[in-house]
Ligand binder design. Structure first.
Ligand code: CP
Length: 348
């Protein structure tokens, strides 16, 4: 794929960016991280610019990293809480607020600010898989300013950028790094696929040896899996799927155990709209927890990653998440630096 200018581009999924472009974002992020550590001001880059942030789902890291990032770049992040999006009378993907369509809201905000960032998944679109991504694409269609995906039901590209930056900092390379994205048990079945899907996209486009591990019934989007296979072929890494957490962890350099919902949760044609069946699949796989025994299977220098919030005692033990192999707070901090880089490149 040809490398384009960053200016004015949407940031909806890493699939829209080349590996070379992602490397540029990481490079700028490292520069911002250095300046932040030194206390060097860089508030001229987006001075007086406004980012509108529409949150259909709550957030700690995403909201605060975007707000802090815009402040540090000299602009302002404006928080919008539209509440519910789905109305049975209108397809959810056309509605931005209960009384306003996406086409109207997007064009109004585009007259007043410099980018629109949106988080939307799950209940706001009634678990119609892909519906939330369509909402964000609809905003991007109508707004002539960049639209940023702050997590939808398919992708969380900002999290994936932070994840690969963290891996690069820890290993200094992506080559030969075995990256394991594993499902893990949670008492809550309602977690989107966005993080695992973006994590395996990011890892495979950087040429890592990627293993996706999950019990049967937790399969990810076929389009994403095919994209990962394509990246593995192109960039010299590998991509495998395993139904064993133990086998996947064997010799791993990076482990990323996290829950995501089972396929029956979704509305047809992707799922069966059967939360009870999803719950049964979860309950049958309570042993998918990242504990000290699982970490002992990995490389001695392995790192433990999680996007947070994690379900302590279910997805992971306190011993692991608070232990010396955990890099979760570096990963959370890197959300700030990568998002600043992406915004500074696209919102100029
Ligand atoms: N990792 C992440 O996106 O965190 P929040 O849900 O707190 O934004």
């Amino acid at each position: 794929m040809k490398t384009e200018s960053f200016r004015g581009r949407d940031f909806l999924t890493l699939l829209d960016y080349t590996t070379e472009e992602v490397e540029t974002i990481l490079d700028v992020a490292l520069d911002f991280k250095r300046r932040f550590a030194l206390g060097e001001p860089h508030d001229h880059l987006l001075r007086a610019k406004t980012l509108f942030m529409i949150f259909y789902n709550q957030s700690l890291r995403t909201r605060n990293s975007f707000e802090a990032g815009m402040t540090q770049l000299g602009g302002h992040a404006h928080f919008l809480d539209p509440s519910k999006i789905y109305t049975p009378a209108l397809p959810g993907r056309e509605v931005a607020y209960s009384t306003e369509r996406v086409s109207d809201v997007a064009r109004v905000l585009a007259r007043m600010g410099d980018a629109i960032a949106i988080r939307c998944y799950g209940d706001p679109v009634d678990w119609e898989y892909g519906g939330a991504h369509e909402v964000i694409k609809n905003f991007a269609y109508w707004a002539d300013i960049p639209v940023i995906n702050m997590e939808c039901d398919k992708y969380h590209p900002c999290q994936a950028l932070a994840d690969i930056l963290t891996i690069y900092e820890k290993f200094g390379t992506f080559e030969g790094v075995k990256f394991v994205m594993s499902w893990a048990y949670s008492p809550s079945v309602h977690k989107p696929r966005a993080v695992p899907q973006s994590a395996i996209i990011g890892a495979s486009m950087m040429g890592m040896d990627v293993v996706l591990a999950h019990p049967e019934g937790m399969e990810l989007d076929e389009e994403v899996l095919q994209a990962c296979e394509g990246y593995a072929e192109k960039y010299g890494g590998s991509f495998e799927i395993s139904n064993s957490m133990d086998a996947a962890f064997d010799g791993a350099h990076v482990v990323y155990p996290k829950s995501w919902t089972a396929t029956p949760t979704f509305k047809p044609p992707v799922g069966e709209d059967d939360p009870q069946k999803a719950q049964e699949i979860f309950e049958a796989n309570k042993d998918w927890i990242c504990d000290a025994d699982k970490m002992a299977l990995a490389d001695p220098e392995a790192i433990y990653m999680h996007c947070l919030p994690c379900d302590r005692g279910f997805e992971v033990t306190d011993e692991v998440v608070d232990g010396p192999q955990s890099v979760v707070f570096d990963e959370a901090e890197n959300r700030l630096h990568v998002q600043k880089a992406m915004m500074a490149l696209t919102m100029r």
